[in-house]
Design a binder for this molecule. Structure first.
Ligand SMILES: NC(=O)c1ccc[n+]([C@@H]2O[C@H](COP(=O)([O-])OP(=O)(O)OC[C@H]3O[C@@H](n4cnc5c(N)ncnc54)[C@H](OP(=O)(O)O)[C@@H]3O)[C@@H](O)[C@H]2O)c1
Length: 258
């Protein structure tokens, strides 16, 4: 049994968490172009307002929140439901990355990363599930990363947070497929955004945030569970993770500046 996609986004109610920059902003703009209604969340209100101001009247709602603050989450969701009555798609894009290795491992940064990248999506899912389960419809899409496929250098907290997202989406999929709710696990490779601007190495197969957004919308439209891109990079990483560890570590050490 394959899950259904969203054949047209026109008129659909979409809550985008992490809409103020990068991949989330590009998705928000594309959804607006395709006549969806969007609720835009993150902390930087001015950036969210700038996106909303380009939408048609009543097409965009600005619902600021910090994903690490439970009460802000609940208030934001209530505001959306009071306005729209329901949501068709939760798209959780928000995420943080701090390069961490064994010689600078910092438990506070690790905690913040898990809080934002893993507990954030879990909180959002916990909020939207009761209504979606009752209605037996809806879609949940979460942005993880190919960095969650298997251990990579300088990702001592980011990697585990994204690996957990893969497991979370897989496990959600078992429960929600029979209930008519779509789950979309999104695993981008390198995308040019504020987050990757800090990287001091040449990023292989780098794509723009707009290209990432169009892959995401297409994947959701087609009902894909595993949305990964760009394929020339994500398929290579999928192949690496099935190799025996000695070979995997050897290849990563050869290609990545450690
Ligand atoms: N760029 C890549 O190469 C790449 C690759 C794989 C996966 N990803 C994933 O893609 C997602 C988007 O990343 P990006 O590259 O587009 O980065 P970005 O431009 O830095 O965007 C990050 C977004 O997350 C929001 N955010 C961060 N902390 C938040 C918090 N505590 N509460 C609410 N919102 C918060 C930011 O909004 P505010 O600052 O306004 O709150 C912003 O909208 C992340 O999950 C990232 O891990 C990115």
């Amino acid at each position: 049994m394959k899950q259904m996609g969203i054949s047209s986004f026109s008129g659909k109610c979409i809550w985008i968490i992490g809409a103020s920059s990068g991949i989330g902003e590009a998705c928000a703009k594309l959804f607006i172009q395709q006549n969806a209604r969007v609720a835009l969340s993150s902390r930087r209100i001015d950036r969210l307002n700038a996106i909303a101001n380009k939408a048609k009247p009543n097409q965009a709602l600005v619902v600021p929140l910090d994903v690490t603050k439970d009460e802000q989450f609940a208030i934001a969701y209530e505001q959306i439901i009071n306005t729209w009555g329901e949501i068709d798609l939760l798209l959780f894009v928000s995420g943080v990355y701090a390069p961490l290795r064994a010689d600078n491992f910092d438990i506070d940064i690790a905690r913040q990363t898990i809080e934002a990248n893993l507990l954030g999506p879990m909180k959002a899912v916990a909020l939207v599930l009761p209504k979606m389960l009752k209605a037996q419809k809806g879609h949940i899409a979460i942005v993880g990363s190919v960095a969650g496929y298997s251990g990579l250098p300088k990702a001592l907290a980011y990697g585990p947070s994204k690996a957990a997202i893969i497991n979370f989406c897989e496990t959600l999929h078992y429960d929600l497929l029979p209930k008519g709710i779509g789950v979309h696990m999104i695993s981008p490779g390198f995308v040019a955004t504020e987050a990757t601007a800090q990287n001091d190495f040449e990023m292989p197969a780098l794509i723009s945030a707009e290209e990432a957004a169009s892959e995401i919308l297409k994947g959701i439209q087609e009902g894909e569970f595993d949305i990964h891109f760009p394929k020339r990079f994500s398929r290579f990483l999928k192949f690496l993770r099935i190799l025996p560890y000695p070979l995997y570590f050897w290849i990563v050490r050869r290609f990545v500046k450690i």
